[in-house]
Design a protein around this ligand. Structure first.
Ligand SMILES: *Cc1c(COP(=O)(O)O)cnc(C)c1O
Length: 386
């Protein structure tokens, strides 16, 4: 068992101690800190600024008024409302799949989906920088967990060849994110679908950071690259660009029925409040609309501006800007300096990122204004050249 005093003091001396702080997130891309100071919030995943959208708040409060605050039971008992099934129909429609299943969070989705697909005899073959929830889902499934080097198609091919020669008929589930959460780079999905087909594997893509932001209708990187129909499981979260909370997987009707009958994070957990599903449905409607396209355009203009202020080559591929500092203390000090200058950006440390790659993670969203990002560009450039 942990010795709390020793555990916490070891973390502290390694620069790895975390604590919770109260932050008020304001509608205009700002945040109010505990001491009352208002700073530019670069620490959210609310890429389209939808968390404060009036249509979502309206859908949320109307559903809570009409249908009650809670769902009162698991989805399988009496917890499924029209709001839940309406959300799932809208997600399937947007993704171009037969069905979708929603969960209470992206984390619960990773656990429920991977354990429903893979068994003890199978292998989950995952990009090395995949999110903790995907790793936990693979571990919980009992399948063998293997990794390939980040975005390295030679490494993926070698691993697939090896697995196929060891077990010609064994089940393989390839897992990757579409836009990587802590690096902001993109997976080469076209090559990945070619390889998974060549080797008879299934593919799960986590669009946590692509959904809402990429593709003509905001369905994600798979839409942008035209490979949606070749991905077996398109999962994601409703807590980032959708601005609410919850997760989903879009897949075939048969696999959705498998999830409903075996995903323990869905079966043994009370359904999310119907108001959450109603607000998420309102978010999906904004995402796919002309307004959603305008918000995506605005984020990409801001990301372009920040990228050129930092002298980065080429156009940015997402609105996530990692500023890798290396040591934990250096990242913490940089976050402190930026906060003094009026910008809230988190220091991301091990185990969220590999040791020795501690960083600031700056996210630009549609809630920001040109002037805020202009000032940020100057502050960051000064920090980097010091
Ligand atoms: C945030 C995230 C999740 C978890 O989603 P929540 O809705 O926050 O639980 C899953 N996968 C990836 C890649 C993420 O970045």
């Amino acid at each position: 068992m942990k010795n709390p005093g020793q555990f916490l003091s070891e973390l502290k001396s390694a620069g790895l101690l975390r604590a919770l702080r109260n932050v008020d997130c304001l509608p205009d891309g700002m945040a109010r800190m505990e001491d009352g100071r208002e700073v530019v919030n670069l620490a959210s995943n609310d890429y389209l600024g939808l968390a404060h959208h009036p249509a979502l708040a309206e859908a949320f409060s109307r559903a809570a008024r009409d249908g009650g605050a809670g769902a009162m039971a698991s989805r399988l008992v009496t917890g499924t409302r029209r709001a839940h099934s309406g959300l799932e129909e809208a997600l399937a429609d947007l993704k171009g799949t037969e069905a979708a299943v929603s969960f209470s969070s992206g984390y619960a989705t990773s656990l429920g989906v991977i354990t429903s697909i893979a068994d003890r005899e199978d292998t989950v073959l995952m990009d090395k920088l995949s999110h903790a929830s995907l790793i936990d889902g693979a571990r919980l499934s009992g399948a063998r967990l293997s990794t390939f080097l980040h975005n390295d198609m030679e490494s993926l091919r070698k691993k697939l060849e090896h697995l196929r020669s060891a077990n010609p008929s064994g089940g393989i589930l390839v897992v990757t994110e579409s836009v990587f959460s802590m690096d902001g780079d993109r997976a080469p999905l076209q090559e990945i679908v070619r390889l998974k087909d060549e080797f008879g594997a299934l593919l799960l893509v986590d669009e946590a950071h692509g959904f809402g932001v990429l593709g003509e209708h905001g369905a994600g990187l798979a839409e942008e690259l035209g490979v949606s129909s070749r991905i077996d499981f398109q999962m994601g979260t409703l807590s980032k660009a959708a601005g609410v909370s919850g997760g989903y997987v879009a897949c075939s009707r048969a696999w959705a029925d498998v999830m409903i009958n075996s995903a323990r994070s869905l079966i043994y957990s009370t359904a999310p409040p119907p108001a959450l599903a109603a607000a998420a449905l309102a978010a999906v409607e904004v995402i796919r609309s002309a307004e959603g396209q305008e918000l995506r355009r605005h984020v990409s203009v801001l990301a372009d501006a920040l990228s050129s202020a930092l002298g980065m080559p080429g156009r940015p591929v997402s609105s996530i800007f990692p500023v890798v500092m290396g040591e934990n203390d250096a990242a913490l000090a940089a976050a402190g300096t930026l906060l003094e200058r009026g910008f809230l950006a988190p220091a991301i440390r091990y185990p969220t990122v590999p040791r020795g790659t501690a960083r600031l993670r700056v996210t630009v969203t549609a809630a920001h204004r040109d002037v805020q990002i202009g000032r940020l560009g100057k502050a960051l450039a000064e920090l980097l050249h010091k």
